[in-house]
Design a protein around this ligand. Sequence first.
Ligand code: GLN
Length: 278
Amino acid sequence: MGDAAAALREATQALGETSDSPRLDAELLLAHALQIERADLLLKLPELTAPAAFSALVERRRQSEPVAHIIGKKEFWGLDFQVTPDVLIPRPDSELLIEEAVRAFAARQPQKILDLGTGSGALVLAALSEFPGASGVGIDASAAALQIAHNNADALGLADRTRFLLIDWKTPDWTDSPGSGFDLILANPPYVSTDAILSRDVAGFEPHQALFAGKDGLADYRIIMPALAKLLSPTGLALLEIGFDQANPVSEIATANGYHVELKQDLGGNDRLLILRR
Ligand code: GLN
């Protein structure tokens, strides 16, 4: 008989103040310490013993470090993504983009997919896993992020259908290099107001470059939106993640640029996604 179950209970209690999901966090950390999958941890719990290293991991989490940074990975769309402080940690909310992409392309497959601000590559790689005939381009202003995206494409066996390009949309002529005629454009750009007060997990550990977009959180949308015309195929769709209170301002920018806009909510009932078509 091991003591893993007791260690898990203790850790869950210790993380109650820091985390919204203390039990899940404790399970992921213990599985990592034991170098097994979480599913196996739960199956074999009564026989397992918590290794000494577990308590140090719990302490890091207690200091607000995200679990994804401690264990170096995050599950998104059922796939494992390598994650470091150089990339935004993929959020469950962003799975809505993939869900809606799959729905929108039920009858025809996208051939070319573009991910604006790809970070870990989560969006383009999850989409490629759903559309076996497609190829994808991910662009990002961070070379360190693109290294992670590359690693993820390799690990998921999608590298032969993916290209990652170092492109900063805050420079002129940035739309010259990614290509054009994209059937599907995905983007989770920075959209947080520089005045927003984020939790310590996010503000203290995730790349600010991937989060903040000027005082009103719309700076990057003002750049991306006019560029879509050059990137999107005539029948293409752009799926853009937005903040819960940004449906109106971002729709306005889209409409002013000549797009029809459809709004989708996430599981929490918040506005989360705009679907744009010409
Ligand atoms: N959803 C993220 C957060 O609130 C923000 C992501 C983004 O700016 N694209 O932490």
